[in-house]
Ligand binder design. Sequence first.
Ligand SMILES: NC(=O)c1ccc[n+]([C@@H]2O[C@H](COP(=O)([O-])OP(=O)(O)OC[C@H]3O[C@@H](n4cnc5c(N)ncnc54)[C@H](OP(=O)(O)O)[C@@H]3O)[C@@H](O)[C@H]2O)c1
Length: 238
Amino acid sequence: MNILITGATSGIGKQVALDYAAEGHTVIACGRNTDVLAELEQRFPENIAAQRLDVTDADQTMQALSSYTDIDVVIMSAGVCEYVDIDRFEAAMFERVFNVNVFGMMRCVEALLPNLKRGSQLVLVGSTARLLPFTRAEAYGGSKAAMQYIARTLQVDLQPRGICVQTVSPGFVETPMTDANDFEMPMRVSVEFASDRIRKGIRKKATDITFPTTFGLFLKLMSRLPQAWQVALSKRMT
Ligand SMILES: NC(=O)c1ccc[n+]([C@@H]2O[C@H](COP(=O)([O-])OP(=O)(O)OC[C@H]3O[C@@H](n4cnc5c(N)ncnc54)[C@H](OP(=O)(O)O)[C@@H]3O)[C@@H](O)[C@H]2O)c1
């Protein structure tokens, strides 16, 4: 398969890129970090082609991605996380987070969609953070909730074109993103585990790939409670 991955220079996206390359697939690895892109190409010269990409730059994204015509699977893993300081509330921070996690992803969809063929798969990496009002996660959780809605509607609108849209909803995964967290992260899994679950889900064309299972089920259940209960629960977790 030909697999294009954004956020391939770190964490989840990097592991998925390495695992697909090791299986013999062709991977187009996208990201801004040119050192890591070069390292990926060196490790798998036959299987990985690097593509420099900053998803916040609309023109560059269009130029970089619009010429790919034979992609089987697109995995959009590029993302950023910033937490709100409620005493110094900053709208610009929401703009930064949404600019990558939502608008950046849509810039990739805009560039790739005209050439996506029947039978291809479009995989949007979200987060279980969208499920509950976690403290300080207004921007990050909000961006992932927005993304999830967009993905669900794309599932409706791209089905007639034979394009399978899938979402990924990870719990905590050991990556540079979560290494920066200063709070307890229950059931945090390795990137190898995450990659395994994502690749299995892609193979099965699962609508939503949530892991780890128990953590995801717990949060999905909690998200069905009345809103006042969800708020009370999140306050207790704070
Ligand atoms: N780790 C977790 O526990 C967890 C849980 C739930 C969901 N997620 C989601 O999983 C995805 C991957 O997260 P991760 O933990 O693997 O994070 P990570 O290790 O910090 O990697 C983030 C990736 O996003 C890319 N990126 C960031 N800004 C970009 C930009 N402007 N243009 C292009 N690429 C950009 C980075 O590449 P460059 O710096 O090279 O551009 C990097 O490859 C994210 O969408 C995240 O929200 C992670």
